[in-house]
Write a protein that binds this ligand. Structure first.
Ligand code: NAP
Length: 305
């Protein structure tokens, strides 16, 4: 199969011909149709996780995937060949990834069926960002009428989080620069916009003088943001800002549990959730997609396989 892989530590991501993987017991082999770029992929490609996770070379990049079940391993009962699926490659080591024509994943985690009506390209850009959005909102539980500040609202996670926070009945303050970024977050339902290239605390106080009940920390400085919380406010961070730094903060590590993925898939299929895909690249174009991502994109960058 064709895949974007690292051949060894320090190697650049390269389109490579690799043997098609075979599903082990409890695993499903997926024929990948779509994936997307996440910051995690750039970290792996940059060698930043070399000391933190086992790498089994060649390391195929890509956390997200959507496609069709090609084969099932021994003992798999919930999936059949032909099932449309999506999810997040979640293994204890790095080696298997969504930037390839096939990937093996566990039946137990990071995998869910795609209902009719959920298009694979959107689903391929949804797994990790959607899970991170759902998990940060679960950690902070915004109630109807509360105010939610989303710092990093223009990214993949933020774009999903805005929609769910609005659906929960919250008043959403989103970070975005003037112009296209502001139009983007307003289009997803944000009620107020603050420009993160300016003084965020002053702008937030201007629209919400008593502070905010919930903060989703997807970008920016956690401590500066946490100072905007009301007395019973909650902050969830994807960036390592946790209880050690502030009593109201929770560091969230996205966990693509089947129930979370099922919810995302159902919302996508029903049209309750939009996955804004700014641009699509082929497997061979992944290096260009990484450059685009690093330069700042609204929402997601899709990879079509
Ligand atoms: N812990 C976990 O499990 C987990 C899971 C998923 C993601 N993450 C991390 O969470 C972060 C968000 O993920 P993502 O996929 O949404 O990333 P992304 O698509 O790169 O989005 C980040 C957004 O933040 C904006 N931004 C940059 N600096 C900012 C600032 N000071 N204030 C407000 N916004 C700012 C960027 O906009 P501009 O273009 O205007 O700069 C960009 O749109 C990433 O760092 C990612 O690695 C962690």
């Amino acid at each position: 199969m064709q895949a974007i892989a690292l051949s060894a530590q320090g190697a650049q991501p390269t389109l490579t011909e690799l043997p098609t993987p075979q599903p082990a017991a409890g695993e499903v082999l997926v024929r990948v149709q779509a994936s997307s770029v996440n910051g995690f992929d750039l970290s792996v490609a940059g060698g930043h996780l070399a000391a933190m996770m086992e790498h089994r070379y060649p390391v195929v990049l890509g956390k997200d995937f959507a496609g069709v079940v090609e084969a099932i391993g021994e003992g798999v009962t919930s999936y059949q060949p032909g099932d449309p699926v999506f999810g997040v490659v979640t293994k204890a080591y790095l080696g298997d990834g969504g930037f390839g024509e096939y990937v093996t994943v566990s039946e137990q985690v990071g995998l869910a069926k795609l209902p009719e009506g959920a298009d694979p390209k959107s689903a391929g850009a949804l797994g990790l960002a959607g899970t991170a959005a759902v998990d940060t909102l679960a950690a902070t539980a915004p109630q109807s009428g509360e105010t939610v500040l989303i710092s990093g609202a223009t990214g993949g996670v933020g774009a999903i989080a805005i929609q769910y926070a609005v659906a929960a009945g919250a008043t959403v303050i989103a970070t975005a620069r003037p112009g296209a970024e502001t139009d983007f977050v307003r289009g997803l339902g944000a009620h107020e916009v603050v420009d993160h290239s300016g003084d965020v605390p002053a702008q937030v106080r201007a629209v919400s003088p008593d502070g905010v009940n919930v903060i989703l920390h997807l970008a920016g400085d956690g401590a500066t943001l946490a100072a905007l919380l009301t007395e019973k406010g909650r902050l969830a961070s994807l960036l390592g800002f946790g209880a050690d730094q502030h009593p109201a903060a929770t560091f969230v590590y996205a966990n693509p549990a089947p129930a979370t993925l099922d919810r995302l898939a159902a919302d996508l299929a029903a049209g309750r959730l939009t996955v804004p895909v700014a641009k699509s690249y082929t497997l061979a174009e992944v290096p260009a997609a990484f450059d685009d991502f690093a330069g700042g994109t609204l929402g997601k960058i899709a990879i079509t396989v």
